[in-house]
Design a protein around this ligand. Structure first.
Ligand code: NAD
Ligand code: IPM
Ligand code: MN
Length: 359
């Protein structure tokens, strides 16, 4: 198979974790006889510095001519005082919107060998395997009006019925393929958009009699996700709730550094990125955990290219390296070996290609 991928390293630890993920992608290509053509472009702070634009036209053009996008992370203190249109995060929001990537899949799976790194009790965190389906192109992130007023500021949560329908449908389809359980998360006791959300879920559930549905308020889900994460299978929610709940869910696995994501729109095209950000305080030190980005490549292989065996091989390799007791600093603990980003990536590559010798 031949595929074109646009690589957007971005800012902070973005370039470091993307370099690792690209190495893993290339070794998968070698082992399974695929050719991945990579084109590099800028986004976020790096793009602001070079082009005074967090999402330059050249970047959009390259992405449009690709089969998928791999992204690191954007943002950092250097640009935090910039006006809204010249913030790195704006580049990320614009690329999601431009390509209509409305479905953000954020799987949360406990690796057995990481259970000691989780602050949760082993019996609470073990066997967790859930999928947060986050709506990504609507809600308060994009609603108008948004502005500063004389005495304050306004953001607006907006959802059309069609926007809710397509993400809810997506979640039902996924629930059907997984454990048959769907938890819809909203704040229907207060918000009008949440009442619409709940109605749409109730309507759609008639088409999915095989899926068990529950509605839960977001504040209580924030609690239950930590006290009883094993209860959840597919969790569907609006943009901002999904953002917050997915960082929270990383606590189950032991580190934000292991959570991947796919942002898709229903065809084969997609953008793949870790759930975490640019972690400026550890950038440039070679200590970031590349697992989330490597696992995002696995999601790309699966969702955009239909390469299930290759995706499974990446997941197996990552898991095996943890099982062997190798961790980056975020997961370090007594008795384990702490490796740099590159050393840890070498271990993963070694698992996939036994002829690989690290330098
Ligand atoms: P963050 O996710 O960058 O970091 C949160 C914490 O997790 C930090 O302690 C960080 O060191 C740690 N961490 C994150 N990823 C890690 C990894 N791979 N390995 C080891 N440790 C890791 O969130 P933040 O600090 O709130 O935000 C920093 C910047 O990143 C901000 O500018 C924010 O806007 C941006 N951000 C970007 C994205 C994205 O590009 N998708 C996502 C979230 C935040
Ligand atoms: C994420 C990030 C982004 C979001 C920011 C950087 C715009 O937190 O991808 O989770 O809020 O969607
Ligand atoms: Mn986030």
């Amino acid at each position: 198979m031949e595929k074109k991928i646009t690589v957007l390293p971005g800012d902070g630890i973005g370039p470091e974790v993307v370099a690792s993920a690209v190495r893993v992608l290339q070794v998968i290509g070698k082992r399974f006889n695929h050719t991945f053509h990579l084109g590099y472009a800028t986004i976020g702070g790096a793009a602001i510095d070079q082009h005074n634009n967090p999402l330059p036209d050249e970047t959009i053009d390259m992405c449009e001519n690709s089969d998928a996008i791999l992204l690191g992370a954007v943002g950092g203190p250097k640009w935090d005082q910039n006006p809204p249109e010249l913030r790195p995060e704006k580049g990320l929001l614009r690329i999601r919107k431009h390509f209509d990537l409305f479905a953000n899949l954020r799987p949360v799976k406990a690796f057995p060998s990481l259970l000691d790194a989780s602050p949760l009790k082993r019996e609470v965190a073990e066997n967790v395997d859930l999928m947060i389906v986050r709506e990504l192109t609507g809600g308060v992130y994009f609603g108008e009006p948004r502005m500063r007023t004389e005495n304050g500021a306004i953001d607006t949560t907006v959802y059309s019925k069609a926007e809710v329908e397509r993400i809810v449908e997506n979640a039902f389809e996924l629930a059907r393929l997984r454990g048959g359980k769907l938890c819809s998360v909203d704040k229907a006791n207060v918000l009008e958009t949440s009442r619409l959300w709940r109605e749409v879920v109730e309507e759609k559930k008639k088409d999915y009699p095989d899926v068990r549905v529950e509605h839960n308020l977001v504040d209580s889900v924030a609690m239950k996700l930590i006290t009883n994460p094993g209860h959840y299978d597919v969790v569907v929610t609006e943009n901002m709730f999904g953002d917050i709940l997915s960082d929270e869910a990383s606590v189950i696995t032991g580190s934000l550094g292991v959570l991947p994501s796919a942002s898709i729109r229903g065809d084969n095209f997609g953008l793949y990125e870790p759930v975490h950000g640019s972690a400026p305080e550890i950038a440039g030190q070679g200590v970031a955990n590349p697992a989330a980005t490597i696992l995002s490549v696995a999601m790309m292989l699966q969702y955009s290219f239909g390469l299930k065996e290759e995706a499974a091989e990446i997941e197996r390799a990552v898991s095996a390296v943890f099982d062997d007791g190798y961790f980056t600093a975020d997961l370090a603990r007594d008795g384990g070996r702490t490796l740099s980003t590159n050393e840890w990536t070498d271990k993963v590559i070694n698992e996939i290609d036994t002829s690989f010798v690290s330098e």
